[in-house]
Design a protein. Structure first.
Length: 568
């Protein structure tokens, strides 16, 4: 039997029964609550139970007791009792209120709402499945983290060597003293850096295989120390400039890389993002940082003399074309996010305030009735102080949230400059077939888009984003066009006649990562009669690496065979 120091309340009883269940109770429980019938509270509760029983009979369901808290909140009933104690209401007033609020219509409305929610469950599930592929495409995958760390560790003077044959597990050993010092500096942000690491992995899925493994990922002290050490070491090189080759580029261009942040009204960073401004014959253009994934390092090449644009000019361009839209985007998201937090903070604190007020009212009632209770004056003073503290907390937190909605552009840092030159293999027999023809590519993209649209899909072009594919094709849910059931990531390759198809390193790695969600749409004979050949998961085919230009080549017969096999 459970006894509570507040009047019996079926709404509170429902909530407490739920808590007992959640706390791990494995057996059936019988809970008894006693209320004196010959009291005002007893008459009110009897009226409520009689009313619930009438509604149960009318609706033909015992589930009215499951949702009574939504029709008559616990705080509302307790407030009625408080008014009754203070003689602000009579039993007849409360009985009339129960008869009005606790009605079959209210229960029927809640039941219908629940049924609508159940009807939408399948739709929501389909939407979640559809978003799975897009979440997979955008997340920072273990392979990318591992590639960076393995290449960066030697630059940070950190020894690293593979332990497993597949390269999934690495041994670090003792951390050099210089990194330990840097770890002390970064400890307030990322936690304490260990002195040695036996076996580390970058894929969380490997952890169950060996309890000695430690998962290293962005945010881990070891990862952040290596990143910061490398960033400081190469800072001068970045400012001096780097040189890259691009097979698809006819003329040189200049890339300025900036890091910019957005801060809230409390001066705390909200977002930080990299931006790239390209200067070329066409003037200044804002590009995605993923542009570098399609470029090939040019070892031994020196940056050309002179510059196509000054840093001050590219920064001014970035402010208008990049940072102001970035600020608008962050402010919109921030307002919605802080708004949601504010609602829950207000609900939580007001619930605490309501509870404190009830406790304070109970003590006042006891004092007014002349009931002797040791230390009642002190308890009243404590209750009043606690109530004041809760109200101050609510005001302070709401003021803080108001400031957190206000956003401004923070510091803008010029990270470095790069020059991009036409690839020297561009005009050779090896490179020439891999150079794309803009008109042929346009025809190919139109052909691929038309095919997807004919299938009832919604197509988005991301050709300028260097994401490793050209199109995102989504299938709308038949009952809700705003929700999508699946997504295809399509790389389009056009050929004037019929010839080999080449993928850049970025495109090939993206295909390996996305597997069945990645599609190659090869459009042969695009100059005469375009013919679309579709291949799902092209990374499984026998691509030939072309080291000189860092591409992967595949003959048309292999593409046709793979497409035919999929169709069968």
């Amino acid at each position: 039997m459970i006894n509570y120091d507040i009047p019996w309340n079926p709404v509170r009883l429902e909530q407490r029964m739920g808590r007992i269940h959640r706390y791990g109770q494995l057996h059936d429980c019988v809970i008894f609550n006693f209320a004196a019938v010959n009291t005002s509270e007893g008459r009110v509760l009897a009226k409520l139970l009689d009313r619930l029983d009438e509604i149960r009979k009318e609706l033909g369901s015992d589930q009215v007791f499951d949702v009574v808290g939504e029709v008559l909140p616990a705080a509302s009933l307790e407030r009625m009792f408080r008014d009754l104690y203070q003689r602000n209401r009579t039993v007849a007033d409360i009985e009339q209120r129960i008869a009005t609020d606790v009605s079959p219509e209210a229960f029927r409305r809640i039941t219908e709402s629940a049924l609508e929610g159940l009807a939408k469950r399948q739709l929501n599930l389909s939407a979640l499945v559809g978003r799975r592929a897009e979440a997979k495409e955008r997340r920072l995958v273990p392979e990318v983290v591992a590639d960076f760390f393995v290449q960066a560790a030697p630059l940070a003077s950190l020894p690293i060597r593979p332990v497993s044959a597949d390269g999934g597990v690495y041994r670090i050993g003792r951390v050099p003293r210089v990194l330990l010092t840097l770890g002390d500096e970064l400890e307030p942000r990322y936690g304490r850096l260990g002195r040695d690491y036996d076996r580390v992995v970058f894929d969380k899925a490997l952890l169950p295989s060996d309890p000695r493994l430690e998962w290293v990922t962005p945010g881990h002290p070891l990862f952040e120390v290596v990143r910061e050490a490398v960033s400081r070491r190469v800072a001068n090189d970045l400012r001096q400039g780097a040189v890259f080759f691009d097979l698809q580029r006819e003329k040189p261009s200049q890339l300025d890389v900036f890091a910019a942040s957005i801060k809230d009204g409390r001066g705390r960073p909200v977002h930080r993002r990299l931006f790239v401004v390209e200067a070329g014959d066409g003037g200044l253009t804002l590009r995605q940082p993923t542009l570098f994934l399609d470029l090939v390092p040019a070892p031994g090449e020196r940056p050309p003399h002179g510059e196509l644009a000054r840093v001050s000019d590219t920064e001014a361009f970035l402010l208008v074309d990049g940072l102001e839209p970035f600020l608008t985007e962050v402010m919109t998201d921030r307002k919605a996010e802080v708004g949601r937090i504010a609602v829950h903070v207000e609900l939580a604190l007001k619930a605490l305030i309501d509870r404190a007020q009830l406790k304070h009212a109970e003590l006042l009632e006891l004092q007014a009735l002349g009931i002797s209770l040791q230390g009642i004056e002190g308890r009243l003073a404590q209750a009043e102080t606690h109530l004041d503290e809760l109200n101050i907390r609510l005001d302070r937190r709401m003021a803080e949230l108001e400031k957190e909605q206000q956003c401004v552009i923070g510091e803008v840092v010029h990270m470095g400059r790069a020059w991009v030159l036409p690839h020297p293999e561009r005009t050779t027999p090896i490179g020439r077939p891999m150079v794309s023809d803009p008109e042929i590519e346009r025809i190919a993209v139109e052909c691929a888009t038309a095919y997807e649209v004919a299938e009832g899909r919604v197509v988005e072009s991301v050709e300028q984003d260097n994401r490793g594919f050209d199109l995102v094709s989504r299938l709308p849910h038949p009952e809700d066009p705003a929700s999508f059931m699946d997504a295809r990531f399509i790389e389009v390759k056009g050929r004037a006649a019929t010839g080999d198809v080449a993928l850049s390193t970025n495109e090939f790695k993206t295909a390996q990562r996305l597997k069945g969600d990645f599609w190659l749409y090869a459009v042969f004979d695009a100059a005469t009669s375009p013919r679309l050949v579709r291949v799902q998961d092209p990374s499984r085919l026998g691509w030939t690496p072309i080291v000189q230009i860092e591409h992967y080549r595949l003959d048309p017969d292999s593409i046709e065979s793979a497409a035919a096999g999929a169709d069968e």
